[in-house]
Ligand binder design. Structure first.
Ligand code: FA5
Length: 341
């Protein structure tokens, strides 16, 4: 059978497919290994070499189209059979309206995490996951916090019986990222962190951070400031946000800063939330300490970089004006369903 006769035969016979038996018979006749389409395809050896490509494409298109049409008909046949079976079952009433079931919503932290990932991926950052359980080396030593360093007291730690810890910050993934991608890369690591501290309206023992790193030959504070502003603008979905850096201290960055942004609640005019300063503290950051680069296998004389680590939970609070951080882990469905609307 040539191509045009085959098409005609398919059209004619498929119109008569009404039952599962018809589906089987049609499949045997046209689509099986010994079917007409396979036979047509086998004839490719008799086609002139320059026309074989075109011929192959046409055969494949016919096969695909025929399969799609047949499967659609088969689905309809099955649906009708199921409906008839249910209708004839005295215990089933398919006319009863379905229960008014509520649909779930994404958790606010999931929404901000996805936003952050999307914004930073667009800027060329790779997304890493990191482990929630860290060795003492990962959480502290690898980022220049040796044993007995007073900076260990900045974060109250949950210790496991085997000497490992629940990570207190996503900075514990810096060393891993440098070893994996160094010496020139951009990467982020969002995730859950844990601190053994009393909770209040702005502090939780389980919260989310995202770590960011950019390492390369000529990275400077100017790059840090530019990226921080871009990220903040994109995340807060505003283009009138100003940012400023204030000096701070972290053992793994030198110099270290706290980055503030225009208060989104009063547009910088001053309000109780920003304590009338017009600024809100957004995220800590700094130029990566040479010791930290070295421990990550990167030569600090040749390469430099910046790192930042901001609280995703606090970001969600800012975005939706949530006043108590404890709501996030409360399991309160009304809060979770309503807050992001
Ligand atoms: C750190 O954790 C540093 N690792 C951040 C960093 C990374 C600095 C890279 C420099 C370079 P800090 O302890 O300030 O810093 O926490 C960072 C953010 O996590 C805070 O700004 C806050 O938004 C959030 N955070 C910290 N503790 C809590 C808590 N108990 N509850 C909720 N959010 C918290």
């Amino acid at each position: 059978m040539d191509i045009s006769n085959l098409k005609k035969a398919i059209d004619q016979e498929i119109a008569g497919v009404k039952t599962e038996d018809d589906v089987f018979a049609f499949h045997q006749k046209f689509l099986s290994k010994s079917g007409e389409i396979t036979k047509l395809m086998a004839g490719i050896k008799d086609i002139a070499p320059e026309k074989r490509g075109e011929f192959g494409k046409t055969c494949n298109a016919i096969k695909q189209d025929t399969e799609t049409r047949l499967f659609k008909i088969q689905d309809e046949i099955k649906a009708v059979a199921l409906r008839e079976k249910l209708m004839s079952d005295p215990l089933v009433d398919i006319t009863i309206p379905r229960l008014n079931t509520k649909r779930g919503t994404l958790h606010p932290i999931t929404i901000v995490t996805r936003d952050v990932e999307e914004v930073l991926e667009r800027m060329g950052f790779i997304v890493e996951e990191g482990n929630e359980i860290a060795t003492e080396f990962e959480n502290f030593e690898s980022i220049n916090i040796p044993k007995h360093h007073p900076a260990r007291d900045m974060q109250d730690t949950f210790w496991l019986s085997d000497g490992r810890v629940l990570r207190t910050h996503t900075s514990m993934w810096q060393n891993y990222m440098m070893k994996k991608y160094g010496p020139s890369f951009r990467a982020i690591c969002p995730g859950r962190c844990f601190r053994n501290e009393a909770t209040d309206a702005t502090h939780e023992n389980t919260f989310f951070q995202v770590e960011g790193m950019m390492v390369g030959k000529d990275i400077s504070i100017a790059n840090l400031l530019y990226f921080m502003k871009e990220i903040t603008t994109a995340l807060l979905k505003r283009d009138d946000i100003e940012v400023r850096l204030r000096p701070s201290y972290f053992p793994f960055t030198e110099p270290s800063f706290e980055m503030d942004a225009t208060c989104v609640f009063c547009d910088g005019k001053g309000c109780p939330i920003c304590k009338h300063s017009g600024w809100i503290e957004l995220f800590p950051c700094g130029m990566i300490h040479p010791r930290v680069l070295e421990m990550g296998g990167i030569n600090p004389k040749e390469y430099r970089g910046f790192a930042f680590g901001f609280g995703l939970t606090r970001l969600a609070m800012l975005r939706w004006g949530i006043k108590d951080i404890r709501m996030f882990n409360s399991g309160n469905l009304d809060f979770l369903a309503g807050v992001t609307k």
